[in-house]
Design a protein around this ligand. Structure first.
Ligand code: ADP
Ligand code: MG
Length: 393
């Protein structure tokens, strides 16, 4: 059942959103997550629904802490929606008074509750807390993909007590990520990078028989290069994953999956270096560490990626947070933005890197859930989806 087909006028709709945004000096520093929920919220409010929003922010560890209040988020939500948002704020998050306030909402009005994680019952998926949350609505919509891999009261618990649906954002995540698992247009290539092989093993294993090629970049590539006999100096290498890397390379070969590894690297003494030097993979200095892919690698990547009809990118090509080591990742973003392919980005840092490149609009889909997209692509069932879709999830 799609929310577009529901008759919502006069209905109280409890919506779990992912407003876990960075706040500095009382200001929201990045409102992408709030913007992500806007299509669902506009749909509901334009139809005259009475909307109650719930979210967590940060890690207050089950206690009221003023610095984790949703105050700044409320102000930003008003700006993004262009509507008044009522503050139903209590350190208890939900109590009889908040429930009474929700009863009194009028058609087309919207309110936000305090940080769900002020209550330890949230992460414990406590049924009484979930029941109290359920009293805030006639129906429940989950539009928070970022927490879909967690079993909490506000996403799994509450769905037991109300007719429950996926929001537009979560619906789009499910449809795009499912496409990547079972019906991607071919050639289908994947770029895997980021800090650790161990974080991405599940994805590699699940995608190995689905993709036509794998490009390995970032710190992950160091372990694969070492597995191929290159000396990686002081680079981040997971020594205990070298055998696994060898095994994965063998399996890729047997499955006729092309593997692309860096040809040159940007190296430096440490992360604080103001600039790096480009070296071929055969010429690593034992005293330096690889912190980005080099220009020859980017040129080759352009050729490797050119025929793709689908690309899934998870994990930056270097330490893109530092200007000196950002060119590989920014270069990849540019190559992907120019492809005639469905380009999908998973992973929180990768999504931040694409935002930094300013090329977000040229991508087919940028997942709003780092951990959740990773688990989905590993082939795991996400509890918050299963709670609503049942077996289909
Ligand atoms: P995502 O969140 O997209 O899944 P990861 O969390 O796996 O990505 O990895 C992102 C991190 O990897 C970034 O903080 C980046 O600085 C780091 N990284 C990428 N390449 C290297 C490298 N060569 N050496 C050290 N760290 C790296
Ligand atoms: Mg990350």
């Amino acid at each position: 059942m799609k929310i577009e087909n529901l008759d919502l006028r006069g209905k109280r709709v409890l919506v779990r959103v992912d407003f876990n945004v960075p706040v500095e000096g009382g200001q929201v520093k990045d409102n992408r997550r709030i913007k992500g929920a806007k299509p669902t919220l506009d749909l509901l409010l334009n139809q005259g629904a009475r909307v109650v929003l719930i979210s967590h922010r940060g890690r207050p560890k089950g206690q009221y802490k003023e610095e984790f209040s949703m105050g700044p988020v409320l102000e930003e939500t008003e700006k993004v929606l262009g509507r008044k948002v009522q503050a139903f704020f209590s350190p208890q998050v939900v109590n009889d008074q908040i429930i009474a306030q929700a009863q009194a909402l009028e058609d087309g009005q919207v309110a936000l509750l305090e940080n769900l994680r002020f209550r330890p019952e949230e992460e414990a998926n406590d049924p009484d807390f979930a029941k109290d949350l359920a009293k805030l609505g006639d129906i429940f919509i989950n539009d928070a993909f970022g927490t879909a891999h967690r079993s909490h009261a506000s996403n799994v618990g509450v769905a037991q007590y109300l007719p429950s649906y996926l929001g537009l954002l979560v619906g789009r995540e499910v449809s795009v990520l499912s496409e990547l698992l079972d019906r991607a247009d071919k050639p289908y290539l994947t770029i895997l990078g980021g800090s650790k092989v161990s974080d991405k093993i599940g994805i590699i294993e699940n995608l190995l028989d689905k993709v036509d090629g794998i490009m390995i970049v970032g710190a992950m590539a160091n372990t694969f290069l070492e597995a191929q006999g290159y000396a990686m100096g002081r680079s981040l290498v997971e020594k205990d994953k070298i055998d696994l890397a060898k095994d994965l390379l063998d399996r890729a070969k047997k499955a006729q999956v092309q593997v692309f590894l860096p040809r040159d690297l940007v190296v430096a003494e440490d992360l604080e270096a103001k600039e790096g030097q480009v070296v071929a993979i055969e010429a690593m200095d034992p005293d330096r560490m690889a912190l980005d892919i080099g220009p020859k690698t980017l040129e080759a990547a352009k050729v490797f990626l050119a025929p793709a009809k689908t690309v899934m990118w998870n994990g930056p090509a270097g330490v893109f947070e530092k200007e000196a080591f950002s060119q590989g990742t920014m270069g990849l973003a540019k190559i992907l933005s120019q492809l005639d392919a469905k380009t999908v980005v998973g992973g929180g840092d990768s999504a931040a890197a694409v935002a930094q490149s300013g090329l977000e609009d040229s991508f087919y889909h940028i997942s709003s859930g780092g951990g959740a997209s990773l688990e989905f692509l590993e082939g795991n069932k996400l509890p918050a989806l299963a709670a609503i879709l049942g077996e289909e999830a």
